[in-house]
Design a protein. Structure first.
Length: 219
């Protein structure tokens, strides 16, 4: 019953893009999304350090896909790195970094992720900056790798594969989004002209949506 990432992905791929291409043949769309969790959903096997343990095992350990590692020491400029151990278990951060010659060889031990104190100081939480680059912990080092850094969300990848563009708004209150003003004008028109009959609403709602002046939306 919930509008989740999978439903949104289907809406974009099966409806929004085909409708746009039919209405504007030969044009390229730029599709914008709010900064919401559903809009940033990744594939189950995505290269995501936030969902990868330091050592093999763990109840919530996810399999991640094989990847291509850029390495100038190889004649071809890189190699394919399998993310599965010979026994079928998924590789984890320590093994991945060791194979890439990034795990410390001087006896130092990386934490899985550097933690910081909460605002109250009574507990600790993962430092989100670790996933944006750095070398403070194992996840930070792996997140800097080009293949992990370039991992796109499902929606972003689907739109780019279809030949269109996509942007994500920064985090802000949803009412700042222009689309809310568009909905507001359309809902006001609907309320003012509604006779509370479903059959009339099927005509009234499209009329309300198309009746909003483009200049108002642009403002």
């Amino acid at each position: 019953m919930w509008w989740d990432g999978d439903k949104l992905l289907n809406q974009v791929v099966e409806k929004a893009i085909p409708v746009f291409e039919a209405q504007f043949p030969g044009c390229k769309a730029l599709i914008a999304f709010d900064n919401a969790c559903n809009h940033l959903k990744f594939a189950n096997d995505a290269l995501r350090v936030s969902e990868t343990n330091l050592e093999p095992g763990g109840k919530n350990a996810k399999h991640i896909r094989d990847t291509y590692v850029i390495d100038k020491d190889y004649p071809e400029g890189g190699y394919v790195q399998s993310m599965v151990l010979p026994d079928g278990r998924p590789k984890r951060i320590k093994i991945i970094l060791t194979e890439r010659r990034l795990w410390p060889q001087d006896g130092r031990q990386f934490l899985a992720q550097y933690s910081m104190k909460s605002a109250t100081g009574k507990s600790t939480k993962p430092n989100p900056q670790c996933l944006n680059g750095g070398s403070c912990c194992a996840r930070a080092v792996l997140a800097c790798q080009s293949d992990f850094h370039a991992q796109r969300s499902q929606i972003e990848q689907a739109i780019l594969n279809a030949g269109h563009g996509v942007i994500f708004y920064p985090a802000f209150h949803y009412e700042i989004n222009f689309i809310e003003y568009y909905w507001g004008v359309a809902k006001y028109y609907t309320r003012e002209n509604c006779v509370y009959d479903f059959e009339s609403l099927k005509c009234l709602v499209p009329e309300a949506l198309t009746g909003v002046p483009k200049q108002l939306i642009w403002k």
